[in-house]
Ligand binder design. Structure first.
Ligand code: HEC
Length: 224
């Protein structure tokens, strides 16, 4: 009986081993080759879900990998919807443009074409994700780019993402600048600096503004 159980346990573990072997092999390759690890990080980091235009398929909307990571398609009309009172954003036909109450923003081209990250350096790329600023020192990056989620990653991981992004197909596509007024961009610079402190450097968030003092009690009318 015990022997039979041991044998079937062995069979189960053999099946399990077979099942995990390709994954283990993949992660080993990823350890050896930064670009392979970068490919994995881009997949789990969800970069395609925003930076690759979506298309409708028989099994629902999916990123169009022919245009992988090429950002908001040049010349596409802006989202046509009007924001309702309760809406924070509305998007266009392929999830690459967002209309917010403060303006419209577009996902950018991450391919190595010169309309994308072609002329960027690795240092600029890393600094962008660590600071929430274009090339690490330009204008503030706007929502919904979750740079702060990636900005706390170790250098090696960010370098691996960069290494992978250098290997993908270059796609010529000039993404428009955000249609957001300069004072709003300035405010986002301050917001992003605060986000760096809170999310990446784990500092305590600023105290909420003090509650307005309660209105003084109205004195009771004097008795006559
Ligand atoms: C939820 C959507 C979303 C996800 C997920 C996302 N991005 Fe972005 N990303 C954006 C948007 C939108 C912008 C444009 C921001 C702007 O122009 O202010 C952007 C901008 C950028 C920029 C700045 C480019 C420039 O020209 O300044 C880089 C670099 C970038 N993303 C890399 C990545 C990487 C790498 C990943 C995955 C690890 C990723 N993004 C995931 C939405 C996203």
């Amino acid at each position: 009986m015990i022997r039979r159980m041991t044998m079937s346990l062995c069979a189960v573990s053999a099946v399990l081993l077979l099942a995990v072997a390709p994954v283990a092999a993949k992660s080993k390759a990823a350890k050896e080759d930064p670009a392979k690890r970068g490919e994995y990080l881009v997949m789990v980091g969800g970069c395609n879900d925003c930076h690759t235009p979506f298309k409708m398929t028989p099994i629902g909307p999916l990123p169009d990998m022919e245009r992988m990571l090429s950002g908001h398609p040049e010349g596409q009309p802006d989202p046509s919807g009007t924001l309702g009172k309760i809406d924070l954003t509305t998007t266009g036909p392929d999830l690459t443009a967002w209309k917010f109450p403060f303006g419209i923003n577009y996902t950018r081209n991450l391919t190595p074409d010169k309309t994308g990250l072609g002329e960027w350096t690795e240092a600029q790329f890393i600094k962008t994700l660590r600071t929430g600023r274009h090339q690490g020192e330009g204008r503030a990056l706007l929502p919904p780019m979750p740079w702060y989620n990636y900005g706390g990653m170790p250098d090696d991981d960010l370098k691996a993402i960069w290494a992978y992004l250098r290997t993908i197909k270059p796609i010529k596509n000039t993404v428009p600048d955000p249609k957001v007024p300069p004072p709003v961009l300035d405010q986002f610079l301050k917001n992003n600096a605060a986000i760096v402190d809170i999310v990446i450097n784990h500092k305590a968030p600023p105290a909420p503004p003090a509650a307005a003092p309660a209105p003084a009690a109205t004195p009771a009318p004097a008795k006559k």
